[in-house]
Design a protein around this ligand. Sequence first.
Ligand code: PLP
Length: 399
Amino acid sequence: MVADYSEFGFEVPLDRTGLSTKKWEIEQINKNDPSVLCFSTAEMDFRAAPAIQNAINRVAQSGHFGYPHKRDSYFEAIVSHFDRNHGWTIDPTSIYSHVAIYPSMQPFIEELTAPGDEIVFQSPVHHCFEEVIRANGRTPLANPLVVRDGQYVMDLDGLADIVTERTKMLILCNPHNPVGRAWTRDELEALNTFCLGRGIFVLTDEVYFGLVRAGRKYTPFASLSEEAAMNSATLISASKSYNLTGTKHSLVIIDNPEHRKAFEASQKKTNLYFGGCMFGQAATEAALRGGDSWRCALMEYIDGNFVLLRDTLNEALPGITVYDSDATYFAWLDMRGLGVSDEQIIRILDEARIAVTYGKPLGPGGAGHIRFNLATARITLQAGLDRFVTAFEKHLNND
Ligand SMILES: Cc1ncc(COP(=O)(O)O)c(C=O)c1O
């Protein structure tokens, strides 16, 4: 598909009048400084695709906001999207919905594991992985990713060393936040073989499925084989790929009848299977049916932002390693070559009035790194990079 991003206005900084978001407004309020530039929280500074805005407007204009029912068109939009874009045949009866990714992890943790059981996460990864495992009374087991030939890969030997008979689940992130890998079929096959062999269930968070850079490929874990589908559940949402994080609607794909029963039992405890948010539901359907051209244009724009960041930092601050990325709108930076500590990085960026995501809270392997959110107008990114480079050059020359 040919992408023309000028059509969608990505290059025009978003008018933030009246907005109140975690990414910008709260960050500036917390720092008591409206001039802070924000490249942290995982959402975009772009208006949603026209197809989504129209769908939400239609719901709003109906003036009636009762419990929504999912029509066949909702399921058709989901099935067709994943078939068309990712070669994944989803059985419509396997599709459940929920309000978001993290709340939909809880039913699987509760139903498929017992208190004290171990759940693997592959760090560095979004901090909520470890948090959700721990908060549900299970034991988080870190299996850090490793860098080989300049690329992050899974460490299955390390995994074999740490698992015990109490290891019941692995939470996968595909594509991976923050390192940006879209795991290959071979990598996923190897993980699948390992988990099947050890009786480890794979809960796969594929919320970044749509944010794949040109020439790269996202492989849904459940599309590997019947066995993989039966030993996993997939959590997806239009939230990240279409900038709908505030509309609270996500999908849970479950092939295994036993796991469906467990999930349904858990939903009964909260009545979450009844109704849902009609705006999130309408937005999801519209995104998956009519958002392809917007998403392709988006990824072309993000690509340009990635190149700008990489080339700027390679030139000005060659001590920083900018990892290549298959997917997501993040750049993942190894800062250790600058000889600065995590505390110094925080101080320097605070003084530079830039908010990024620091790597240390993302678990083992995260220290000394930062994540830069590239989903913004290029002019804003350029302004952030100017501050960033100036601040580190000053530090390296003076301190
Ligand atoms: C890997 C990953 N999963 C899930 C989420 C959050 O999704 P939700 O808001 O739907 O719970 C994030 C947010 O950054 C994320 O990075």
